[in-house]
Design a protein around this ligand. Structure first.
Ligand code: HBI
Ligand code: FE
Length: 287
């Protein structure tokens, strides 16, 4: 079928919104841009990203030179956790997205940001999707968590709780932090693919760092326009998977229709790792 992407491109896609990655079509400039994005981010992530992420990056050979070929990447990933990477031209509809995850397929954008978007792009391009998301999919427990999330999404359809589920994804898969014996580390794809947020999320006194709690997260608003004002911290990936291994039906019943927490709220019941000064967000509002 023919769809129009949010950037106004008309693209022919399969029923499940996938396309051919068309690896031969990347220009030398585009491959070189991947390499520069990779090198910069790899340096920033030393001592900041969790070991599971860094191990995935090595194991999947995402630094082989140029934009990874999804077929070769999928072979390596498949051997580890049974996941594969499929190409999509844009964000896909929620149900389609959930169906891919529930079947251990990660939909990754096949285009790379332009040079003038080197530091920031709102759309998920191949660098965010592959560098940011795919390394964690080589970790068996995280791989199961992503499948469980997809299944939870399919079960959420028509129940009025999609927003709650989207927040879970946001505060874990995209912006999650993890405690390790060496200190707090990053695992969220939105953070590890952003040079500025990699430093901010971990080191800035501004944001709250609150221990992960499934229902708390599902009721908390998030920012799409700037750094988060609260991050949620897990102790282990088992903690994350355990939280999603209960039937989501009763969880949905408890969170449906509940009032939202603001992005900077701290509750008496929160297990706080760091109470944010919110100085950064306040400065931004003044400006
Ligand atoms: N599509 N390609 C793509 N990537 C995403 O991260 C994505 C999506 N569609 C929907 C979606 N994310 C979220 O709205 C869900 O997690 C709720
Ligand atoms: Fe993402």
């Amino acid at each position: 079928m023919l769809i129009t992407t949010r950037l106004g491109r008309e693209v022919e896609v399969n029923e499940d919104y996938t396309v051919d990655q068309n690896w031969a079509h990347y220009t030398a400039d585009e491959h070189a841009r991947w390499d520069r994005l990779y090198d910069r981010q790899r340096e920033i992530l030393k001592g900041r990203a969790c070991q599971e992420f860094l191990d995935g990056l090595e194991a999947l050979k995402l630094s082989d030179g140029g934009i990874p070929n999804f077929e070769e990447l999928s072979e390596r990933l498949m051997a580890r956790t049974g996941w594969k990477v499929v190409a999509v031209p844009d964000l896909v509809p929620d149900e389609v997205f959930f169906d891919h995850l529930a079947n251990r397929r990660f939909p990754a954008g096949n285009f790379i940001r332009r040079e003038d978007q080197f530091n920031y792009i709102q759309e998920p391009d191949v660098f965010h999707d592959v560098f940011g998301h795919v390394p964690m999919l080589s970790h068996p427990v995280f791989a199961d968590y992503m499948e469980a999330y997809g299944k939870g999404g399919l079960a959420a359809a028509g129940k009025g709780v999609l927003q709650n589920l989207a927040r879970l994804y946001w505060y874990t898969v995209e912006f999650g932090l993890i405690n390790t014996p060496d200190g707090m580390r990053l695992y969220g794809a939105g953070i590890v693919s952003s040079p500025a947020e990699s430093v901010f999320a971990l080191e800035d006194p501004s944001p709250n760092r609150i221990h992960f709690d499934l229902e708390r997260v599902m009721c908390t608003n998030y920012r799409i326009d700037d750094f988060q004002q609260s991050y949620f911290v897990i102790d282990s990936f088992d903690e994350l998977l355990d939280a999603t291994y209960q039937p989501f039906g009763p969880v949905y019943d408890r969170v449906r229709g509940r009032a939202d927490y603001a992005v900077d709220t701290v509750l008496a019941s929160d297990l706080l790792h760091h109470r944010g000064s919110q100085a950064y967000a306040r400065e931004k509002t003044k400006a």
